[in-house]
Design a protein around this ligand. Structure first.
Ligand code: SF4
Length: 354
């Protein structure tokens, strides 16, 4: 029997947090929380009581390549004074980001070749990816789109009409995936308009949303969002993105519950990341915590070799071995599919457990 590394999710020291009062995140709108996200490396280090003499130079250099952005509710789940906190590692730029290594490239999935019209990416037969914004609520250091030219994909009203025309002319597409950036970083008025337009395309059956926002700012699941979700005729799937069990707190669980009550199917995708979740104990605990919160583990993505993030790389062999260990302790429905996205392939490529 292979031993699992036990994961302890301990009560965190919250003495570094502001007193809960009218300004605490739980009393603020998601827009206010988003606008007050930490976007300065020094502030993040101060906030987490980490020595600037050790971390600041690397953080500033990484920040120049891909800016830092972390919302308060996510910071609250980190352990102060711990530079290896698995949530902090996902968002703190470090000196390694400036190291250039062969094989780590700006567009590892070659998405630029799959653009059909501004904002619309076609990679697979029956699904189309709609990039409604380049903005995210959190900038994840390992993101395979960290170099994506979002500025070239701002959607005007004409672009929106072109997207709907392209979708209407493609009867094989039955599912639209709202992506970005993070599509839920867009205001509900605009999302509501998009959903009304998509509703008019008769062959569309499903609306899928890929978002990290309900996790990093649970307040995002607000009444305005639930209104358009409840109104659409499309089946709704929300794929959240959680890499470590400590990302899920009570506010996140409450947000998931509201989504489920609105008829949304909840799935999770994770990325296997060195120093964050590259052990079977953490991944198994993540599956358990997700399922307890009403979310089914869906994909475990092999790391995409994006420039500036090589320090997160886990080999496919090691990842496959971790999944094998998960299979030995979890029911099959709690073991996510380990996949790699290979540019030009017509689906994700499964990596068999070994
Ligand atoms: S697209 Fe997703 S993974 Fe990339 S920075 Fe935004 S939230 Fe993070």
């Amino acid at each position: 029997m292979i031993q699992r590394t036990p994961v302890r999710i301990e009560a965190r020291d919250t003495s570094h947090l502001p007193e809960h009062g009218t300004n605490s995140p739980e009393n603020q709108s998601w827009q206010t929380i988003l606008s007050q996200s930490v976007s300065n490396p020094e502030h993040l280090l101060d906030r987490l009581k980490l020595p600037t003499e050790t971390w600041l130079e690397g953080a500033k250099n990484g920040h120049k390549l891909f800016s830092i952005r972390v919302p308060e509710p996510f910071i609250e789940r980190m352990e102060p004074g711990n530079p290896n906190d698995p949530l902090l590692r996902q968002v703190l730029p470090i000196a390694d980001e400036t190291v250039v290594l062969p094989g780590f490239v700006r567009d590892p999935l070659e998405e630029n070749t799959a653009i059909q019209t501004t904002g619309l990416i076609r990679k697979y037969h029956s699904r189309a990816l709609l990039m409604v914004t380049g903005q995210c609520a959190i900038n994840c250091r390992y993101c395979f789109r960290r170099h994506f030219p979002y500025g070239e994909h701002k959607l005007s009203r004409d672009d929106r009409n072109r997207v709907i025309t392209a979708l209407s002319a493609s009867p094989e597409i039955n599912e639209v995936i709202l992506s970005g950036g993070d599509p839920l970083a867009v205001n509900d008025r605009l999302l509501s308009q998009w959903v009304d337009l998509l509703d008019t395309v008769p062959h569309l059956k499903r609306l899928r949303i890929h978002s990290r926002l309900p996790v990093v700012i649970p307040q995002r699941v607000c009444d305005d969002m639930l209104a358009w979700l409840n109104r659409t005729r499309l089946q709704k799937v929300l794929v959240v993105h959680v890499n470590h069990p400590a990302e899920i707190d009570q506010a996140t669980r409450d947000a998931f519950k509201r989504l489920k009550q609105a008829g949304v199917t909840l799935l999770n995708q994770s990325v296997i990341l060195k120093g964050v979740n590259d052990n079977a104990g953490t991944l198994s605990e993540l599956s358990e915590v997700l399922f307890d919160a009403g979310v089914l583990p869906y994909y475990l993505h092999a790391f995409d070799p994006v420039a500036g993030a090589h320090h997160f790389d886990v080999s496919d062999t090691d990842a496959a071995s971790l999944v094998r260990q998960m299979l030995e302790t979890l029911p099959g429905f709690l073991v996510p599919k380990l996949v790699r996205e290979v540019p030009g392939e017509t689906s994700k490529t499964p990596i068999p457990a070994i």
